[in-house]
Design a binder for this molecule. Structure first.
Ligand SMILES: Cc1cc2nc3c(=O)[nH]c(=O)nc-3n(C[C@H](O)[C@H](O)[C@H](O)COP(=O)(O)OP(=O)(O)OC[C@H]3O[C@@H](n4cnc5c(N)ncnc54)[C@H](O)[C@@H]3O)c2cc1C
Length: 323
């Protein structure tokens, strides 16, 4: 039984998220990887080396660069009869693309799959992760998005899969693509980071994210934000973690001035150790935290900075020591 996995990255080589989608796909059947977008020739070539990929479908696009999700969706709908499952990562791209394919095939996608019990039985969160449901597939091809943090990345293989070229015709007139803006940062990527320092709306009184950024840089951590912080203009929306933001799975999550609303917790379910720093003892983040500090976040961040500058190990994790 065949699975079509859509590479999540439209720029550059396949990301760890694509490798995780391949792992999910392999739990269902044999995987073809569809790679489309800017620099997709290189991406297709690198995708050949993911263990478990039987074939790479490299989408070329003469007029449109890169293909819009409307046109990709119509291409995928044409390929659909050859597959029993069509699967993408639940990120901005996958969450845009898969419902469009669903519209064309008149099929409801099953989103944010977090476990695959067997090829027709899937587990996914509902109510912002407050409950998990078991979904039994009855209609095929089934359309899925997966939570990337729930699946390990597929390893690299030494025998490259063959590549098939396929042109994406611009069937649906869509808006003109003006280009991608790539945001470069010295900090680790949120979805891969082992340590994440997250700032909430509690930082509003300082008017900046400086306390979060300073602590993150000392720890070699990524910076994340709540929607409260994004809406308050303290952080950019690409840093938002949660139900409508990024899903993360760090070894260590430190929340500064984060209340711990369920929509935020939905994005940090897979964090191994949670540290909450909030002056309100009733803040919900304290209830899920492994370590709670009821304190002013600015004092706490400064003290952590002082401790770190003395080179003292502050947190001993199961998987090592964070300084
Ligand atoms: C459909 C939907 C989707 C959503 N998706 C998301 C999402 O993806 N991600 C997300 O984060 N939210 C999301 N939200 C919003 C969510 O419900 C909360 O409003 C948001 O998470 C609150 O952000 P916050 O914790 O920064 O702010 P607040 O709730 O305002 O909390 C700020 C906290 O800081 C503490 N604080 C203030 N000053 C200090 C200080 N000096 N020292 C220590 N502590 C201090 C306060 O005690 C408070 O607990 C969504 C909501 C909806 C309805």
């Amino acid at each position: 039984m065949k699975v079509l996995v859509i590479a999540s990255d439209r720029l550059g080589a396949p990301s760890a998220a694509t490798a995780r989608a391949v792992t999910a796909g392999m739990q269902l059947g044999t995987v073809d990887l569809l790679a489309a977008g800017h620099a997709s020739k290189d991406k297709g070539a690198a995708g050949r080396l993911l263990a478990g990929v039987e074939k790479v479908i490299h989408v070329t696009h003469a007029d449109e660069f890169p293909p819009s999700t409307e046109n990709l969706a119509s291409l995928i709908a044409r390929l659909a009869p050859g597959y029993r499952w069509i699967l993408a990562v639940h990120d901005g791209f996958g969450a845009d693309l898969i419902p469009r394919v669903g519209g064309l095939l008149a099929t409801s996608p099953v989103t944010q799959v977090s476990a695959i019990t067997d090829p027709v039985t899937l587990i996914r969160p509902v109510h912002a992760g407050q409950a998990m449901v078991r979904v039994v597939l009855e209609r095929f091809p089934a359309l899925l998005t997966i939570r990337p943090t729930a699946f390990p990345p597929a390893p690299m293989s030494s025998s490259p899969a063959p590549v098939m070229e396929l042109e994406c015709v611009q069937a649906v007139p869509s808006g003109r693509h003006e280009g991608f803006v790539s945001i470069s940062s010295q900090r680790p990527d949120l979805s891969q980071a082992a340590i994440i320092v997250v700032g909430g709306q509690g930082l509003e009184s300082s008017g900046s994210f400086a306390a979060v950024e300073t602590l993150a840089d000392r720890l070699g951590a990524a910076v994340g934000a709540t929607r409260g912080a994004v809406d308050a203009g303290l952080a950019s929306s690409d840093l938002q973690i949660g139900q409508t933001g990024r899903i993360v799975a760090p070894d260590l999550y430190i929340g500064l001035g984060v209340s711990g609303a369920i929509q935020h917790l939905a994005g940090i379910k897979d964090a191994k150790v949670i540290v909450a720093i909030n002056h309100d003892p009733d803040a919900p983040l304290h209830a899920v935290a492994d370590f709670s500090l009821v304190a002013d976040l600015f004092d706490a961040a400064a003290h952590m900075g002082q401790i770190l500058s003395k080179g003292i190990d502050i947190i001993n994790l199961k998987h090592g020591t964070v300084r």
